[in-house]
Design a protein around this ligand. Structure first.
Ligand code: SF4
Length: 688
């Protein structure tokens, strides 16, 4: 009805930006969002949120929202009905499958969508098409951390809860700009630092807020973290400070690990990483003296060719010092998107079925095959990143992309654009005509998180419900309904009336979700996986056993391989990451005027010494060139960066986006792009 709505509704939802998973009540009248009100019972955040959760919602009512399906018509799109668009998708995908086989299609689930939607995307890939070509954007961020944890402790998630970080004696923060990327976690740590005598060690390239607050700040050479971490471990062993009893009872392969540490002397560490022997001794001593240490890390570690190995080195160090299984200990890879954890947990990964059951695990696969009445290949498929290379050999012919801005957030945008152009068929579900959607054959308008129900998993493995705050805009639809419609046009016969029924199915086939149900997640209720049949959840992992058959953790020996570094021509190192006000490419935050006004566009941070040497001042226009691309961008002179290191926010304005410069180098195990290994040159554009 057109009757004016005047009643204020208060609906519980969860932030769709970072992995902290702040929950709150959203106060609305119709589509108008009046305010966001966190509650004391909000499990991850209490009464805190950051500026994005509070003011970053205007995109929901942006005039740029897609409200009708679009079908490509030459160089343009024309509006189409849902029936026409879905029929076209079904017939083209069927054709491609019949002609080239099921592995010719790649499916990408959204890390911002719900768990239930990620689950349906991988079910569409595996059950309806018969391929493991499915993934989500964890490939671009924390997949190496997950690899490191799988190698050593067994679960690819944070060891404990966010609240446990408050009781840590010592926080080791490596390659994480926590105050801007995970603001509410930073708030907890800052409070513990001030009130509890907690100590903080920060290793990073930039003097950001956490670095300024740290008790010890080290600035290793880019890409050399593994070296100083292993040197700290070796020094601890040399002093006899290892946690003997813990290791004996709970960890395998100690001797192999100690042997692998031999090359990592203080001299070697100083030479390669630039971290002084004094600092390494100081860090080792602080770890030795701390009753509990937790390690937090993020993209500064993972987005290197050695991302998996460096993550592994951090987990090794925690095992060596007995720092797992108690409150305030353990590894915390801080998750990027609101649901990058959940999209992985629910099976949108090329090598894993829902609940991290490997596709090569015969028993798990058979059980799911029986449940779904289908056959699933026993080998991993192409992931988000390797699928792009597979387009070259015509092995990938079509892609089905749900809410992923591949062009701007993948590495080497120019390359990705070229690859998408080569596809026979591309489907994109999104709220906006993203850079990726511009290459699509069919674009389907997706509902926003506040327009649907479902669940997210935050960085501490916490499953939380979102409730419908308002109706989907125009003719947009929730992704889970769209995916079901596509599957059913291909004969799947799915009949989910509500996301809770999808969750019910997951609880039957994925043991870590055995006791998860919507009833148990009512309101601000939440559960941290693994959740037993009876509904007991796990705020703290590894209290009695690690997730391996014998219950013991594993030291994982490592070697050092050097990163791509600067040379005479490409003489500057360009780092990139988040800033507080924006999220990733900015498709949502740039459409939220409050945030856009604060930080309207991108810039490059230049150190005062480099600015002096090159005659640069704030606002000057420079050209930055790598081996892979070139951009123009404005200078911001700041002592957050030093020497010949530059920094750019990863969110962009199109042509000046940092991913026009990044390369196709990747971590050999996790296939995560080495976004942070980026030698560039910089020239001033006179009169620019
Ligand atoms: Fe919380 Fe992260 Fe959202 Fe900020 S962006 S409100 S810290 S979930």
């Amino acid at each position: 009805s057109k009757m004016r709505e005047t009643r204020i509704r208060k609906t519980k939802t969860v932030c769709t930006y970072c992995g902290v998973g702040c929950s709150f009540e959203m106060w609305t009248v119709g589509r108008k969002i009046l305010k966001v009100q966190p509650k004391p019972e909000s499990p991850a955040n209490g009464i805190s949120t950051c500026v994005k959760g509070k003011f970053g919602w205007d995109f929901v009512n942006s005039p740029d929202r897609l409200t009708e399906p679009l079908i490509r018509d030459g160089d343009r799109f024309r509006m189409a009905s849902w029936d026409e668009a879905l029929d076209l998708i079904a017939s083209r995908l069927r054709e491609i499958k019949e002609k080239y086989g099921p592995d010719a299609i790649e499916f990408i689930a959204s890390s911002k969508g719900t768990n239930e939607e990620a689950y349906l995307v991988q079910k569409l890939a595996r059950q309806v098409f018969g391929t493991n070509n499915v993934d989500n954007s964890s490939r671009f961020c924390q997949a190496p951390a997950t690899t490191g944890l799988w190698r050593t402790v067994g679960y690819g998630g944070d060891a404990g809860s966010i609240s446990d970080l408050y009781v840590s004696d010592l926080i080791l923060a490596v390659g994480t700009n926590t105050a801007e990327s995970h603001p509410v976690i930073a708030t907890r740590i800052k409070r513990a630092h001030k009130l509890n005598g907690q100590k903080i060690i920060v290793a990073d390239l930039r003097m950001h807020e956490m670095a300024r607050r740290a008790d010890v700040f080290i600035h290793p050479r880019p890409g050399t973290d593994l070296v100083w971490i292993n040197a700290v471990a070796k020094y601890i062993v040399d002093q006899g400070w290892q946690a003997r009893e813990f290791i004996e009872k709970r960890v395998n392969f100690y001797d192999e690990y100690v042997k692998s540490l031999e090359p990592f002397t203080l001299e070697f560490a100083e030479k390669v990483s630039g971290v002084s022997a004094d600092d390494i001794r100081k860090i080792a001593t602080m770890i030795h003296e701390a009753k509990s240490m937790a390690v937090i890390w993020a993209m500064g570690v993972t987005q290197h060719q050695a991302g998996s190995d460096t993550s592994t080195a951090l987990s090794n160090l925690l095992l060596l010092t007995g720092n797992y299984g108690r409150p305030g200990t353990g590894g915390y890879p801080l998750r990027g998107h609101n649901n990058v954890q959940g999209a992985s947990d629910f099976g949108a990964m090329s090598a894993y079925l829902p609940g991290y059951q490997s596709v090569s695990d015969e028993k798990a696969r058979k059980k799911i095959e029986e449940y779904w009445k289908c056959q699933i290949p026993d080998k991993p498929g192409y992931d988000n990143n390797t699928c792009l290379e597979a387009i070259n050999s015509d092995r990938i012919r079509a892609m089905y992309v749900v809410g992923e801005e591949l062009v701007e957030t993948g590495s080497d945008s120019e390359y990705i654009r070229k690859q998408l152009e080569k596809l026979d068929f591309l489907v994109v579900e999104d709220m906006f005509l993203s850079e990726t959607a511009k290459y699509a054959d069919v674009v389907l308008p997706a509902a926003a998180s506040v327009e649907k129900e479902g669940t997210f998993v935050n960085t501490e493995r916490r499953i939380q419900r979102i409730y419908r705050v308002m109706e989907p805009l125009g003719n947009s639809r929730p992704d889970w309904q769209i995916i079901q419609d596509v599957a059913n046009r291909l004969g799947a016969g799915w009949n989910y009336r509500h996301p809770s029924e999808i969750m019910q199915e997951v609880s039957k086939i994925a043991p870590i979700f055995a006791g998860v149900s919507y009833e148990r997640l009512e309101g601000f209720g939440s559960l941290q996986w693994p959740v037993s049949d009876g509904g007991k959840d796990t705020p703290l992992l590894y209290t009695d056993r690690f997730n391996f058959p014998d219950g013991k953790a594993r030291f994982y020996p490592l070697k050092y391989s050097p990163p791509l570094t600067v040379d005479q021509e490409f003489d500057l190192h360009l780092n990139n990451g988040r800033i507080l006000e924006h999220f990733h490419e900015g498709n949502e935050t740039y459409r939220s005027p409050g945030l856009k006004e604060k930080v309207p566009g991108t810039f490059v941070e230049v150190s005062p010494e480099l600015a002096a040497e090159r005659g640069l001042k704030d606002g000057d226009l420079v050209r930055i060139t790598s081996k892979w691309g070139s951009i123009k961008v404005r200078v911001l002179v700041t002592d957050r960066v030093s020497g010949k290191e530059l920094y750019m926010p990863m969110n962009s304005g199109g042509d000046s986006a940092v991913n026009n410069l990044t390369s196709r180098l990747m971590d050999p195990t996790a296939h995560t792009p080495a976004y942070k290994e980026l030698p560039v040159k910089m020239e001033k554009i006179e009169g620019g």
